[in-house]
Design a protein around this ligand. Structure first.
Ligand code: NAI
Ligand code: AKG
Length: 634
């Protein structure tokens, strides 16, 4: 009996900024001071006093009284406060409702806040009203909050320690909170563990004293080996974002609870091989090369997000064979590239870059020589995919005559003319714009012979990929006058970051616009990408969805409901599905849904079962021959 009592786990949870995302008195202030002339200064003072109290720099009672005096609160404000707080419960607490429902005897709220609003909020989670220990408000006859019950132990410093002592709980006491008064309980020896709760606020001095840092309630349950809402806490999923991915992406992923680290620059292969250890999700743009070696070194990698269109920088076959889906943003920067191409075409037709340079040097060269309208000119688009096609539409609207060439059959938009060969296109085009992708076979795609096939005096644009064009042949073509203007945004060698030097054979050439791979670098595009790619990654992690993955079989799954989801990735060999199902049958697991898709390399099977599985089932599924990766969701 004694042993059982000692092993019992109690969870003592703070309310403000722990159970809820916010400090309740701040919210009360927003309500009670809404029409007060000193609203903003008072609200700020209330926040400052809260922080001083939290940091242990002001006595608790002093801070409570000072805030009550500033608040102008009344009993009539409480219903709105309770309603707002109920909507501001911490995400992971909300997610683990079932845990609270199932553990009413083991869960306590001990807070220096007030019962008047805490009890109505937490009892909706099954927490017992008599397990809530907090201060009591004193009201006057008009219902104004004028004081607090000064006999309540929670109105003084060290009150939480005394309160827990009085409860005489027998077992392991886990103290969970974000402030100094929560840590004090552990320090006084009245709790066995102190979890510094960082889901809403992080206080370094509090974290320093913690036995464990808990960015979510899932983490606490995982650490205690108890079952919670998630099979694996999200804060344990580490994401590394490179190359100045837009901060919205970071914010979104952090908000979802993942641990995210970001770097402004790209990494070379050796650096990445080191950094990739322990990383679950890698995010990058066009610079960082994810080679087969990087994939081999990646011990935990679950997904790769290309925060751009091109995925040539990633060995997607190696990733596929390792069971790692790659996601990109296929349309988020399309328009930005097209607008840059249009702008360059017009600028180059008018010699703007040279004229601008001359003006800055005090040279006035007003002339129409080599200046043309784009209207009526023939635009040859090589690669009629999303960018090529969009360029076709806008260029035609500007009065250009569009010709295009693509490896595969494409619908001609508007009045565009399809060319069966590149020669055909090069023979007619006044402007040639490359929009093919950067697949390895496209290296050295556009060579000296192609420049020779062009008419004299053309404009040439490469906003696709650097290695696609023989750069020396382009230089010759510019110097010979074959090409009278060039716009180049991408280079065979690009610096890792803005702090690294850039050099190119094309520097200093006439009427040549060089840009630092900014085709997709508009705020609009970056924001779109920062919305799109994290959504795909989160969807994959949370549900197994692979819709839009560039290398994985695409499966769109229904949301997981009252079931456990088993995600099995295996080499595409006959009989694996049968073995999965035999194993499930052995464990008496009833299949409520199953989804399978294969490609040449892998099979992707999702099975939803309606039974609590044991560790043995997952071990057996992992052991099936040809298994690459297995994970479970619930
Ligand atoms: N400069 C920049 O910042 C940006 C550059 N890009 C580059 O633009 C490329 C194209 O983007 P999207 O149009 O969205 O891709 P997409 O995949 O929709 O279009 C590419 C088209 O090129 C065709 N193609 C590929 N190789 C070819 C070849 N050898 N000959 C003829 N046609 C060929 C394909 O069949 C496809 O229709 C990206 O892959 C990326 O490398 C994309 C975004 C920004
Ligand atoms: O913005 C970037 O870093 C890369 C843009 C690009 O080349 C792409 O989207 O493929």
């Amino acid at each position: 009996m004694k042993v059982e009592e000692e092993e019992k786990q109690y969870f003592v949870i703070d309310f403000d900024s722990t159970f809820t995302k916010v400090e309740a008195l701040d919210i009360l202030g927003e309500i009670s001071l809404s029409n007060h002339p000193e609203r903003n200064t008072r609200l700020q003072k209330i926040k400052d006093i809260t922080d001083l109290g939290m940091a242990g720099e002001m006595s608790l009672r002093e801070s409570l009284i000072a805030r009550i005096q500033l608040l102008n609160g009344n009993r009539a404000h409480l219903p709105e406060l309770i309603s707002r707080l109920s909507k501001l419960v911490s995400k992971s607490i909300e997610r683990n409702r079932v845990f609270f429902d199932e553990h009413p005897e083991d869960t306590f709220i001990i807070s220096n806040g007030f019962k008047e609003f805490i009890v109505p909020v937490v009892t909706k989670f099954g927490i017992k009203a008599d397990h809530v220990f907090a201060n009591d408000m004193i009201f006057d006859e008009e219902g104004n909050i004028i004081d607090l019950n000064r006999n309540n132990v929670l109105s003084i410093n060290g009150g939480k320690v005394k309160q827990i002592e009085a409860l005489k709980l027998k077992g392991q006491i886990n103290m969970i909170g974000d402030g100094y008064t929560d840590y004090e309980v552990r320090q006084a020896g009245m709790a066995n563990n102190f979890y510094a709760y960082t889901e809403n606020v992080e206080r370094e001095p509090v974290k320093k004293h913690a036995d464990h840092i808990a960015p979510s309630f899932d983490e606490i349950l995982y650490h205690k080996k108890m079952s919670g809402a998630l099979s694996y806490p999200k804060n344990r999923i580490k994401m590394l974002l490179l190359e100045s991915v837009h901060p919205n992406a970071l914010a979104k992923l952090k908000e979802e609870g993942f641990s995210v680290e970001s770097y402004p620059a790209g990494l070379d292969e050796d650096e990445l091989c080191k950094k990739i250890k322990g990383i679950h999700v890698l995010g990058l743009r066009s610079k960082t090369q994810v080679t087969a070696k990087v994939v081999r070194e990646a011990d935990k990698l679950m997904a790769i997000g290309a925060f751009c269109i091109g995925t040539n920088q990633i060995d997607i076959e190696a990733a596929l064979e390792a069971g790692i889906p790659v996601f990109n943003a296929p349309f988020s920067n399309t328009r930005s590239v097209v607008e840059l191409a249009i702008a360059e075409m017009i600028s180059l037709m008018r010699g703007i870059s040279d004229k601008n340079r001359d003006m800055h040097q005090g040279i006035w060269s007003k002339t129409a020589k080599n200046s043309f309208e784009i209207r009526g000119k023939k635009l040859g688009i090589i690669g009629y995919g999303s960018i090529g096609a969009q360029l076709s539409v806008l260029a035609e609207n500007l009065g250009m005559d569009v010709y295009y060439y693509d490896l595969v059959e494409k619908l001609a938009l508007g009045n565009a003319t399809k060319c069966d060969t590149m020669e055909e296109l090069l023979a007619v085009a006044d402007v040639v714009s490359l929009h093919i992708d950067g697949r390895p076979e496209n290296g050295n795609f556009f060579l000296r012979e192609h420049f020779q096939m062009m008419k004299n005096g053309v404009i040439f644009l490469n906003l696709a990929r650097g290695p696609v064009v023989d750069i020396l042949a382009l230089k010759e073509a510019i110097l010979s006058g074959k090409v009278i203007g060039a716009g180049v945004d991408v280079f065979p060698e690009e610096p890792n970051s803005n702090n690294d030097p850039f050099t190119s054979e094309l520097m200093g050439l006439p009427n040549t616009i060089l840009t630092p791979h900014i085709g997709g670098s508009t705020l609009e595009a970056q924001e779109n990408i920062a919305d799109f790619v994290p959504r795909k990654i989160m969807d994959y992690i949370n549900t197994g969805n692979t819709e839009n993955s560039v290398n994985f079989p695409n499966i769109t799954l229904p949301p997981l409901k009252d079931a456990h989801r088993l995600i099995h990735i295996h080499k595409n060999r006959p009989g694996v599905l049968a073995k999965i199902n035999n194993t499930l049958a052995e464990f008496d697991a009833n299949i409520v849904g199953q989804y399978l898709k294969t490609n040449e390399a892998i099979g992707y099977v999702i099975t939803d079962i309606n039974k609590q599985y044991g560790k043995e089932l997952s071990k057996s599924l992992k052991k099936i021959d040809h298994t690459i990766k297995f994970r479970m969701l619930y």
